[in-house]
Write a protein of this length. Structure first.
Length: 47
């Protein structure tokens, strides 16, 4: 049983990282959408 422990640990790390990355990507997309909607609300480009 303990011979497969590194594989289980690696699988756990991969699942944790993928869930964290998915949450981070969703947060970035929501932030970009909010930022773009604020830019669209203003008249013209804001630079």
């Amino acid at each position: 049983m303990w011979r497969s422990f590194p594989h289980l640990a690696f699988l756990f790390i991969v699942l944790f990282v993928s869930a964290f990355m998915k949450k981070s990507i969703v947060a970035q997309i929501e932030f970009i959408n909010k930022f773009e909607s604020e830019v669209v609300d203003n008249d013209g480009p804001s630079y």
